[in-house]
Design a protein around this ligand. Structure first.
Ligand code: MG
Length: 243
């Protein structure tokens, strides 16, 4: 089930044929989650797994966690880490998973230029945000970043649903009547929003930033239509798509 909240910012009553639906990811697409939250979240996850019974010093857990992530970037590192030390205890794995996806923060910022970019794009296109994670911290990020009003709708996809973003894209297509061909999916995860966008026939744009920048396409189904090194290159995006 997709949890969602609709903003009050609906400017158009029906979908216009000259309008694109720009569907943004949040983490490491509109904000530098990797730089601002990720390493602390990994550290806290290691401490939580230690408290839950994984009897290894937190410093060693952290070093092993980072190594395992670089070796197997598509796997759940909490499970890998527990298994590495001979544990299959679901409580230990859960402690790491939930701590990582519930980061504690007060001050976060979007990438430079994001407010200006969204404000400009909003005048000509319909903007949507589709983010996966636990809903409460993801909602808090949107609130602290002050970006909620740019989007016609925000979809919060449960973190345990690997195909949740595909369902969210289908939901938006159905609700707003925008063809998949006119839907542009913009995100940092080859093995999430890019592969799901490709599957549906959307145009996909890979923002190659952050923790998952080294997860490369493993076949045509994972190849993005365009690649950006950072979201502030996005103003060139629509020009590139139309050329
Ligand atoms: Mg992301």
């Amino acid at each position: 089930m997709i949890l969602r909240s609709t903003t009050t910012n609906c400017r158009r009553s029906k979908y216009m044929t000259d309008t694109l639906a720009l569907v943004f990811d949040l983490d490491d697409t509109l904000m530098d989650t990797y730089g601002q939250l990720v390493m602390v979240a990994h550290q806290n996850a290691c401490a939580a797994m230690n408290r839950a019974g994984l009897d290894v010093p937190v410093e060693e857990l952290m070093a092993t966690r980072l190594r395992l992530m670089s070796e197997q970037p598509r796997a759940d590192v909490n499970q890998l880490l527990a298994q590495h030390y001979g544990s299959e205890d679901p409580e230990i794995i859960r402690a790491g998973f939930e701590t990582y996806f519930n980061p504690d923060f007060t001050n976060i910022e979007p990438f430079p230029g994001v407010h200006e970019m969204l404000a400009q794009l909003q005048t000509e296109h319909d903007l949507f945000l589709v983010t996966s994670g636990y809903q409460k911290p993801q909602q808090k990020k949107v609130e602290v970043l002050g970006i909620g009003d740019y989007f016609r709708e925000i979809c919060y996809v449960p973190v345990d649903q690997p195909e949740g973003k595909r369902e969210a894209f289908k939901y938006l297509q159905n609700k707003y009547g925008c063809d998949f061909e006119r839907m542009i999916i913009i995100g940092d995860r080859i093995n999430n929003e890019i592969v799901h966008g490709n599957y549906l026939g959307c145009t996909t744009v890979w923002v190659r930033h952050g923790e998952c920048a080294h997860i490369l396409p493993e076949g045509p189904h994972e190849e993005p239509r365009l690649t950006l090194e950072a979201i502030h290159h996005q103003p060139e995006l629509l020009q590139k798509l139309s050329s």
